[in-house]
Design a protein around this ligand. Structure first.
Ligand code: ARG
Length: 576
């Protein structure tokens, strides 16, 4: 049940019935203080101002039209014209029952859309580093959220699998016949790439060879394609291992790299020329955009084809957006790419819109994110200043989680221990990232992310494990929890309300791709549960009726925490 939506619709209608302008909005939100009830209406003041009448007077009229019988137990006017809504415990109890018996927690399907999500996007012949971590895990949380709501999601792993670097690597391999590509690891490829680049920069003959191989590759000559394919396969097989460890849903089937658009590029350039959008300038093909100014204050020129005939990253993203709309049938395209690429994307899309490749009804959204910083606020790097490999970071997470659990001295079998260590270590890293507002940089700090206190994965995972043990102790099967939910104590009502707010939370996350809203919700729910558990005895409740009712609440709490974490791509264990 989306309470916020339900109340918004009803109050907005009453506002209009009370004489407010047709475009007036109720502005319903969760109450900021307990004394304001559960929800508050903030829109009356604005509407009254437009009408030129006292807000209190309009609020009274709104209440005459507002029928919340069976939903709210009290509705009152407060302050200069706010309306406070107190939910009816009987109605809440009913919503809890509905959520409890449904795998989807009672969430009704939304109008399904086709959403393409561009995320992860590592580069071939290079190891994944921490820079790809954010895109990978934030993007995957978004994918899981949209899928949960019933959307058709197409994962697009836009890997960097095209460009001059392949010519260099092939030239290097040819020069050193002894190099056997078949047995190579990704770390060998990185080394190979470095050496190839050196030759390219120092040896003019080598550079010329490399360029000719790029042309051969681009025109599809078999031998070159074969080597290229091998390079891609080696890279992506090893990246797949990172995805598995990270519990990320990407598979080989989701690879839609830059190379996919290569054949579209000549036609796009020709079409942009024909439409008068692209012109020749100093030998290159350029689109001048009025909305971007260069240093001289003139429209900025975006090169889409170089003098030597080569295409650019922007040309590729123009084709890619077109493909996602035309071929994949996207209603929405979400790009999880760091904020430094924002201008690049905006320019590519400005051209896409002018050319009419993607209609305005289809949104192209850059869900950008900031950088990972170290404790000193500097980019997170190794001591020698190079990028931290993702696999090393994950190993460290496992090591630290292992130490943490050793201290706790729980009697796990070794198999169980391995599982728990992985769930806690990986969960902590993912949660630390997801719980920050993605648009800003954040400080990566091992100690705080692995803490059992505060807004961390272990805190929420622990709350879940605690409930599991309560339910297990009683050998409680949801099916045998027969009896009504009775919400009498304050902490019962607060827990019940928060549980039902899962739906409005997930809708917000899906809309803006902001996973931290889900994290805040789960953290808050776990804290509310903790308080509830302190003051409301469960197994020693007053009577059986109350015990059953509380067990049901607790059972839905466990289910909600698990579902919420699952949407974030974070696992749970029954004991920790
Ligand atoms: N491979 C690029 C990088 O590592 C990211 C690609 C993002 N997607 C896109 N459609 N441009 O920076």
């Amino acid at each position: 049940m989306n309470i916020k939506e339900l109340l918004s619709v009803k109050v907005t209608q009453s506002l209009r019935d009370a004489g407010a302008a047709f475009d007036s909005k109720a502005l319903v939100c969760q109450a900021s203080k307990v004394q304001f009830g559960d929800y508050q209406v903030n829109g009356v003041m604005v509407a009254a101002k437009k009408l030129g009448i006292a807000p209190q007077k309009l609020a009274k009229k709104v209440l005459q039209h507002l029928n919340l019988i069976g939903i709210a137990s009290k509705v009152e006017i407060a302050g200069p014209g706010f309306i406070n809504i107190f939910l009816d415990p009987i109605w809440l109890a009913k919503q809890i029952e509905i959520s409890l018996v449904d795998d989807h927690l009672g969430i009704t399907a939304v109008k399904p859309q086709t959403v393409v999500v561009d995320y992860s996007a590592p580069n071939v012949a290079k190891e994944m580093h921490v820079g790809h971590l954010r895109s990978t895990i934030i993007g995957d949380a978004s994918v899981r959220t949209l899928q949960f709501l019933g959307h058709k999601v197409i994962r697009a792993n836009h890997i960097g699998d095209w460009g001059t670097q392949f010519g260099m690597i092939i030239a290097y391999l040819k020069k050193h016949q002894n190099k056997k590509i078949d047995t190579m690891q990704i770390s060998d490829l990185e080394d190979l790439y470095r050496k190839a680049k050196q030759c390219y920069d120092q040896d003019a003959y080598f550079a010329e060879q490399a360029r000719s191989y790029v042309v051969k590759l681009q025109s599809g000559v078999k031998y070159y394609k074969k080597i290229w394919r091998k390079l891609v396969d080696i890279t992506m097989s090893q990246n797949q291992e990172n995805y598995r460890r990270l519990n990320v849903t990407l598979t080989k089937k989701d690879i839609m790299g830059e190379s996919l658009y290569n054949n579209m590029l000549p036609d796009i350039v020709a079409d942009l020329k024909a439409k008068g959008l692209a012109v020749e300038s100093e030998g290159a093909i350029v689109v001048f955009l009025e909305e971007y100014k260069n240093k001289a204050g003139k429209p900025m020129g975006i090169i889409i084809q170089k003098k030597d005939g080569g295409y650019l990253y922007t040309t590729n993203d123009i084709a890619c957006a077109k493909y996602r709309y035309e071929t994949l049938g996207a209603d929405r395209v979400l790009y999880y790419i760091d904020s430094r690429q924002n201008q690049h994307l905006q320019q590519a899309w400005a051209i896409v819109r002018k050319a009419g490749y993607v209609p305005d009804s289809v949104s192209l959204e850059h869900h950008m994110f900031g950088m990972m910083l170290d404790k000193n606020g500097k980019p997170f790097k190794t001591r020698s200043g190079s990028n931290i490999k993702l696999s090393d970071l994950l190993n460290e997470a496992i090591k630290r989680a292992g130490q943490l659990l050793m201290e706790k001295n729980l009697n796990f079998s070794s198999e169980e221990l391995l599982k728990v260590v992985e769930v806690i270590g990986i969960g902590a890293v993912k949660y630390a990232d997801l719980s920050k507002n993605r648009t800003t940089d954040y400080i990566f700090d091992w100690d705080s992310m692995l803490s059992f206190e505060g807004n961390t994965a272990p805190y929420i995972q622990y709350a879940y494990a605690r409930i599991s043990s309560i339910l297990k102790r009683r050998d409680i099967d949801e099916k045998y929890l027969v009896g009504d939910i009775i919400l009498t104590e304050n902490c019962e009502k607060i827990l019940a309300t928060r549980l039902i707010q899962f739906e409005e939370t997930i809708i917000e996350v899906a809309c803006y791709g902001i996973a931290h809203i889900m994290c805040n919700y789960l953290y808050n729910l776990a804290s509310i549960f903790s308080k509830f558990y302190e003051v409301c005895p469960i197994l020693t409740a007053k009577n059986n009726k109350q015990r059953i009712s509380r067990l049901k609440l607790v059972s839905l709490t466990a289910k909600t925490l698990k579902t919420g974490l699952d949407i974030l791509g974070i696992q749970t264990v029954d004991r920790m």
